[in-house]
Design a protein around this ligand. Sequence first.
Ligand code: NAP
Length: 285
Amino acid sequence: MVVLVTGSSGQLGQSLQYVAPKYKEVQFIFCASADLDITDMLQCKSVFEKHQPHYCINTAAYTAVDKAETEPEKAYAINVIGAKNIAEVCKEYNTVLLHISTDFVFDGTKNTPYKESDLPNPTGVYGKTKLEGEQAIEQTWEKHYIVRTSWVYSPFGHNFMKTMLRLASERDTISVVNDQIGTPTHAVDLANVLVQIILADNRQSTTDNFGIYHFSNEGQCSWYDFAKKIFEINKISINLQSIPTASFPTPAKRPSYSVLEKSKIKAKFGIYIQKWEESLVKYNS
Ligand SMILES: NC(=O)c1ccc[n+]([C@@H]2O[C@H](COP(=O)([O-])OP(=O)(O)OC[C@H]3O[C@@H](n4cnc5c(N)ncnc54)[C@H](OP(=O)(O)O)[C@@H]3O)[C@@H](O)[C@H]2O)c1
């Protein structure tokens, strides 16, 4: 089984490379942006023609949430046109598409976990382009799994955990917001789940499972709680201040609540999901 991964030098792409050796039945083809620019349809076609993948995991994305506010065309080109190109080429080669989306498609006005059926209403350019990317895929190619996730971190690439650890080596005091609630997701857990979906799809060959899924680790916390746990686990002593979002303005407005409800992915694929604290400890020990 051939699985092609786009955006392979990103955080999730590197996490997929990390888990790949344990899935002996899968031949992974990892394409970084230099090998495959998803905004270039000709390149998409030539890479698919060469590798004839059975599955494609599209991790490639424009992920700079604040920068997107001043670069909307670039975010649109990658998150919408790029996603559409990948869906079109998947259709041409009968490749099942796994695409990653985000909790930022929601506006955060709920106070109970967001279901797949809840109405999206993004608050910024990044979330808007990710939602339009989902819609472009849905309109183009039915053989798709869209997995929305949240607060992704790992030892790879850029993420909140690595930023906290860097700041702790530079400062005595760090202020982190306490009124945005969500769930951290370890990219390695997400990578394993994506491969589990592929293995289940390949075993069952049913069309019933295609569609949107939510996946994060279990539980919920604020960014402040997340930072506190990161320092605790890494035995870092620092003056950590908890502040409201109003004291830390950012160009993009973020949802104040974006916990994802995961019963659909658990029921369809029999997935056990670890608590966010357990995953944080597991990969730091
Ligand atoms: N990080 C999070 O907290 C988070 C939360 C929810 C959902 N997600 C979603 O999860 C997915 C993976 O995120 P991530 O954290 O792994 O992001 P990431 O570390 O920023 O990686 C994204 C990758 O996409 C590549 N890329 C950008 N433009 C491209 C193009 N035109 N063609 C091909 N590749 C291109 C980048 O390559 P270059 O570096 O070479 O440009 C980078 O390697 C994304 O869909 C993201 O929206 C992330």
